[in-house]
Design a protein around this ligand. Structure first.
Ligand code: NAD
Length: 321
C-alpha cells in the first residue's frame, strides 16, 4: 500500500511510520519539524530500498496539495497539527490556520491524487467539551469549548464534508491521552512526557491541582494499531481510542515513583484553568468496528517510556528544559 503520513516525525506519527514500513507499505512523510524530529525517523530512514521518503513541509502551505497530488498515496494518515492548547488559546487564528486550513489543503491534495482513504487523528479529550458522561461515548454531544478543540472538530467536519461531496472516505480516531516513547515535550508537555524525565533525574515534579483529576492514558503502540486497522475499515465513522479506565495524575506520579525508586513528594500548584476534571473514553465502538482493544497496561507503558528516556539522553535533555 502506498501511504503518506503528515506529522510523521512526531510521537504517534513516527511510531506509525515504523509500523507501516514493517507491514510492507511505501511511506512518504511530510512534517515541518515544529515539535517532531528527524531523530524519531532514524529507524525508518535505515530501511533499504525506496519505500521511505521525508519532505519538510508546512501543511498550512498550499504546496502540500501539489505534493500529495504528485505522490498519489492510496491512504493518507493526517496527523500534522498544532497540538498545544496553550498556543491555541494565545493564537487561535494560527491554530485554525494549521488545524483547519492544513486539513483542507491535505483533503484537496487527496482528491487530486485519487486517494481512497484519510485516517484523521481527532482529539477525544476536547471533542465532547463538558458533556458530563464518563466514560464518554461517541453518541455524547460534540461541543468542544477550547479553541484547539474547535479547530480539531472543524477539521473532522471537513473530512465528513469531503466524504459526502467528493467521495473521499475517512475514519476519525478520537484519541484519549496518548503517551510513550518520542513524545514531544514542547512548550506545554503532556503529563507523562513531563514527569518521566524528571523522575529519572531525581527531580520533584509539579502537579497542577490536587492530583485527583483523571485522564485516560493510552499507549502509543496501541494507538498505532488502531490507525493501521482504520486504513481498511470503519469508513465515515468517529471512534474513541482510549482505555475506558480513569487514572488520576497522582496515580501516575506514584507509579513512576515505584518504577524509578524516587519517592520525593510532588509540589502542588493551582489547577490550570480550562483543564478538565475527568477524561475517560469508552472504546467499545472501536472494538466493534476495528476489532481493536488497548493492549498495553499502564505499568508496562510507563516502563517502556522511562526506558526510552534512559537510552535517549538527547530527548531527555529536551524534555527537562
Ligand atoms: N498525544 C495525544 O495525547 C493526542 C490526543 C489526541 C489527538 N492527538 C493528535 O494526534 C496527532 C499527532 O500527535 P502527537 O501526539 O504525535 O504530537 P506530536 O507533536 O509529536 O506530532 C505532531 C507532528 O506534526 C508536526 N507538525 C506540526 N505542525 C505542522 C505543520 N504545520 N505542518 C507539518 N507538520 C506539522 C510536528 O512537527 C510533529 O512532528 C495530532 O493531530 C494530535 O492533535 C494527539
Amino acid at each position: 500500500m502506498r501511504t503518506l503520513v503528515t506529522g510523521g516525525a512526531g510521537c504517534i506519527g513516527s511510531a506509525l511510520v515504523d509500523r507501516l514500513l514493517a507491514e510492507g507499505c511505501t511511506v512518504d512523510v511530510v512534517d515541518d519539524l515544529t515539535t517532531g524530529s528527524l531523530a524519531n525517523l532514524a529507524e525508518a530512514r535505515s530501511v533499504v530500498g525506496r519505500r521511505f521518503s521525508f519532505q519538510r513541509l508546512d501543511v498550512a502551505n498550499l504546496e502540500i496539495a501539489d505534493y500529495i497530488a504528485r505522490k498519489k498515496p492510496e491512504v493518507i494518515f493526517h496527523l500534522a497539527a498544532q497540538c498545544s492548547q496553550r498556543i491555541a488559546y494565545a493564537k487561535p487564528a494560527f491554530d485554525a490556520a494549521v488545524n483547519i486550513g492544513g486539513t483542507l489543503n491535505v483533503l484537496e491534495g487527496a482528491v487530486a491524487a485519487g486517494t481512497t482513504k484519510i485516517c484523521f487523528t481527532a482529539s477525544g479529550t476536547t471533542l465532547y467539551g463538558t458533556s458530563g458522561e464518563v466514560p464518554t461515548r461517541e453518541a455524547s454531544a460534540w461541543k468542544p469549548v477550547s479553541p484547539f478543540g474547535v479547530s480539531k472538530k472543524s477539521a473532522m467536519d471537513y473530512c465528513h464534508s469531503y466524504r459526502e461531496t467528493r467521495g473521499l472516505e475517512y475514519t476519525a480516531l478520537a484519541l484519549a491521552n496518548v503517551y510513550g516513547p518520542r513524545q514531544a515535550t514542547g512548550p506545554d508537555p503532556a503529563v507523562i512526557a513531563s514527569f518521566a524525565p524528571r523522575f529519572l533525574d531525581r527531580a520533584r515534579v509539579t502537579i497542577y491541582g490536587d492530583g485527583n483529576q483523571t485522564r485516560d492514558f493510552v499507549f502509543v503502540d496501541d494507538v498505532v494499531d488502531a490507525l493501521w486497522r482504520s486504513s481498511q475499515r470503519a469508513g465515515g465513522l468517529v471512534l474513541n481510542i482510549g482505555t475506558g479506565v480513569e487514572t488520576s495524575i497522582q496515580t501516575v506520579h506514584d507509579r513512576l515513583a515505584t518504577l524509578t525508586g524516587f519517592h520525593a513528594p510532588a509540589r502542588y500548584e493551582a489547577a490550570l484553568t480550562h483543564d478538565p476534571n475527568r477524561v475517560c473514553l469508552d472504546p467499545g465502538r472501536a472494538e466493534i468496528h476495528l476489532g481493536w482493544k488497548p493492549f498495553t497496561d499502564l505499568d508496562d507503558g510507563l516502563a517502556r517510556t522511562l526506558e526510552y528516556y534512559k537510552v535517549h539522553p538527547a530527548a531527555r535533555e529536551r524534555a527537562t528544559r
